[in-house]
Design a protein around this ligand. Structure first.
Ligand SMILES: [Zn+2]
Ligand SMILES: [Zn+2]
Length: 386
């Protein structure tokens, strides 16, 4: 413990030339600062008896207080990731992550909304750790007992990079979940003539709303995804997702951060604008995570019939296949019939792709892949001729 604190202090006090801009020091420092502030505020909320000063009571009663804590913790999380990415010494970033996590485990900002009481707690505990544990505990045993490739191990090549991707993209899930709690009048301020339509949507049964969200977002996602395969510059971003050579539940998180932001903002458009209840939105945001992990998971089962209607691991594995017959097929992520409708469906009976990946050299590691879209030459490896 003492040694650890010494290490932390040494990094905090590093000479100016080591903490120049871009070294990850500033990100780490502010991550730590925000994490500690967030932690103290959460503790204050958790044990209000400690805060008996009347002046502070007023602050705690202010409606935006919990949102402010949530934002502070999110900023700390983002900066910690940035610092871990930029800095070779990980002690600052890891400490900030750990303190933020401690705040999260205490209950975080416990964002509440009248419409989403049940989900409030779940999203209050910072999403990424719940998400990681939940998906890990769900899929690691599943991949072990029902594997497609028995020989593939949990800690396969490049699992660390993919775990990092998982942390980054679950942050965006958190941001979306947070936005979904924002009062709809803010988002929809300029479209008041849709009010009757939205009220009608909100009055639909929960499950019906959920299915509509799935269909609408998958149709949008389909065309968005197809566009990223078609336009060379966009493909540079999406190639990162396709660079995974082994498929498992973690591999699905490998996605360029620019693509994550664009994808989430496009597919959540109907979610935020058509008047769905907050609990439907949050359920969908949580579901999409579990679902995309399933699609990439190293899980067997041919499901020849079901695979025509509901996306299965084999259906999406074909999207990642290295062989030519797998190019530009199966863009949908929930409903293969969308691919049938637009002529891109490919699910040969009982067969799986032999290899995964793409016939071009994408660098390994987060930083190299981050820069890849701008550095890409489009040069193909020889594998395609083979
Ligand atoms: Zn794709
Ligand atoms: Zn994929």
């Amino acid at each position: 413990m003492a040694g650890y604190l010494q290490k932390l202090m040494r990094d905090l006090e590093s000479p100016v030339e080591v903490r120049r801009f871009g070294s990850g020091w500033f990100a780490g420092f502010f991550a730590l600062l925000f994490a500690i502030s967030g932690f103290v505020l959460v503790v204050a909320l958790k044990f209000p008896a400690w805060l008996t000063t009347p002046e502070l009571q007023i602050v705690r009663d202010w409606g935006g207080f919990r949102s402010a804590i949530h934002v502070i913790l999110l900023i700390s999380y983002a900066l910690a990731l940035l610092s871990l990415l930029l800095r070779s010494r990980k002690v600052l970033g890891m400490t900030a992550l750990a303190i933020g996590l401690g705040a999260a485990l205490l209950g975080g900002a416990a964002v509440q909304s009248d419409d989403a009481t049940g989900w409030g707690v779940f999203f209050g505990i910072d999403f990424f750790i719940v998400n990681l544990l939940a998906t890990g505990f769900m899929y690691a045993p599943l991949e072990r007992f029902f594997p497609h490739r028995r020989e593939q191990r949990l800690f396969r090549n490049e699992w660390r990079e993919d775990l990092f991707y998982f942390l980054v993209s679950s942050m965006f899930v958190q941001i979306l979940a947070f936005l979904s709690l924002a009062p709809s009048q803010i988002i929809n301020a300029n479209t008041s003539n849709w009010q009757a339509f939205r009220a009608a949507v909100a009055s639909l049964p929960w499950l019906v709303q959920f299915v509509i969200v799935l269909v609408a977002s998958d149709i949008l996602q389909y065309w968005y995804h197809r566009l990223f395969h078609k336009v060379p510059f966009l493909w540079g971003f999406h190639a990162v997702h396709h660079s995974a050579k082994s498929m498992d539940w973690l591999a699905g998180s490998r996605m360029h951060v620019v693509e994550v932001v664009l994808l989430r903002s496009v597919t959540s458009l109907p979610l935020f604008t058509l008047g769905f209840s907050a609990s439907v939105m949050q359920a969908y945001i949580g579901f999409i995570y579990v679902w995309s992990s399933l699609l990439h998971a190293n899980v067997g089962g041919n499901f020849n019939r079901l695979g025509h209607w509901i996306a299965t691991p084999r259906f999406h594995h074909w999207h990642h296949g290295l062989e030519r017959e797998a190019f530009d097929v199966n863009f949908a992520i929930h409903f293969p019939w969308i691919d049938k409708l637009f002529g891109t469906f490919h699910l040969p009976e009982d067969r799986w792709p032999k290899d995964y990946g793409i016939p071009e050299d994408v660098p390994s590691g987060y930083a190299g892949q981050f820069l890849y879209p701008w550095r890409r030459t489009g040069k193909k490896t020889d594998e395609v001729e083979a």
